[in-house]
Design a protein around this ligand. Sequence first.
Ligand SMILES: CC(=O)SCCNC(=O)CCNC(=O)[C@H](O)C(C)(C)COP(=O)(O)OP(=O)(O)OC[C@H]1O[C@@H](n2cnc3c(N)ncnc32)[C@H](O)[C@@H]1OP(=O)(O)O
Ligand SMILES: O=C([O-])CC(=O)C(=O)O
Length: 454
Amino acid sequence: MEKECIISRLSESIKTTSRIDNELFTEYNVKRGLRNEDHSGVLVGLTKIGNVVGYEKLPEGGLKAIPGRLIYRGIDVEDLVRGILAEKRFGFEETAFLLLSGYLPDKEELAAFSNMVHQCMPLTQKTKMNILDLEGQNIMNILARSVLEMYTFDENPDDTSRNNLMRQSVDLISKFPTIIAYAYNIMRHSNQGRSLHIRFPKENLSVAENFLYMLKGGYTALDARTLDLALMLHAEHGGGNNSTFTVRVTSSSGTDTYSSIAAAIGSLKGPLHGGANLAVVSMFNHLKENIRNWKSVSEIDDYLQKMLRKEVYDKCGLIYGIGHAVYTISDPRALLLKEMARDLAREKGREEEFAFLELLEERAVENFMNFKGNKVNKRVCANVDFYSGFVYEMIGLPSEVFTPLFAMSRITGWAAHRIEELNFDSKRIIRPAYRNVGPEKKFIPMEKRGQAKV
Ligand SMILES: CC(=O)SCCNC(=O)CCNC(=O)[C@H](O)C(C)(C)COP(=O)(O)OP(=O)(O)OC[C@H]1O[C@@H](n2cnc3c(N)ncnc32)[C@H](O)[C@@H]1OP(=O)(O)O
Ligand SMILES: O=C([O-])CC(=O)C(=O)O
């Protein structure tokens, strides 16, 4: 049988054999997406790393929407960011230290940690050569493959003792910027015929500066400060976000660090999660072309309603960068990124675009509520991905690195959660249940099987 024919036959069969009726989820009280009826997450674990707050649970039942807060190891991320900005320092290394250790470093500890990160940034010759060899269009996939290959070059890859996990974590945090910068340059070289630059990380530069240096050679102080801030904001988001939960699930089986982190990279790539920063940029470009008057509320509303009805754009019915599993009134990261976007737009003469994006945010929230009506009893807001791509674009970063930048920051949270998952006394493999709702069938000998397959 031809390959296409058998694929189409298999595909046709799953229309019925893999389809689960919606009513069954209600009948068996299955928490779709591990979410309660009121959209809050099902409680599946405990952590001391991050806290994501978007609502209060009312004693009489139901949720009260409140402005979002994000806490890293007990410290409000807004205070962390504003505190570091006030002291005119780079903050990503400090954030990584805080997340890994649970406390803020003193001057000496921070210097030693930053120094160690810097020393671990260069790639082994083999990893470098492997990236050169890895063909592909997507840096998230190249990153995952490079991480998997780091297993081969690690002399002690499967040891899950605390010291070894910490060593591997620092190594991954340090090497992500190098892998991403090299992967981008190699991709540009192979796909666009551009000169290949493999720059060795420089001493005494922050992670943000080193990344910009390795990626494109030149950068301004403002570019580096902006990137550093974005890295601080994306570092951690509790145990329940899709990629961190992936780390917790895979770590609970006792697998090695590289397998677990590669899985998380795969999860983050999805357009409903970290990949939304890229999806927002594509959507924004589409809207810039398809909405003639960027100030017209009625024209914008009309188009967004068509998007929600799956009539235009990618026909998925989604407005990217809007909505969140936890946040209701606001995502604190989006507020800070919006501030950054506004300032940068003024500096770069892109205020008209910023004003359009800001109006889109307002209209998207309004239109979502009108579209869903009483069906969804929940407020939505812009999430972290709504403004990040616009910010990255304004500091001259190519869209290919937008989602990898998320990974470059979130590796800190992933590492902290992996260590936590493997370090509590009463740990247990994560293994929830799936109820089988398919019929039982008898085995049919080959010669008695007819054409009716299902
Ligand atoms: C870093 C991050 O991961 S941030 C999130 C990045 N993702 C995006 O920006 C993609 C667009 N947003 C979304 O798809 C969603 O808001 C998510 C995935 C972030 C959260 O989804 P959920 O937790 O299911 O949200 P929630 O429970 O509030 O959804 C309620 C309903 O509104 C829909 N909805 C939520 N957000 C949107 C949106 N932006 N556009 C259209 N519909 C939406 C959901 O599909 C769901 O519909 P259903 O009841 O028919 O199943
Ligand atoms: O918490 C979530 O579901 C997604 C998110 O914002 C993140 O991981 O940063």
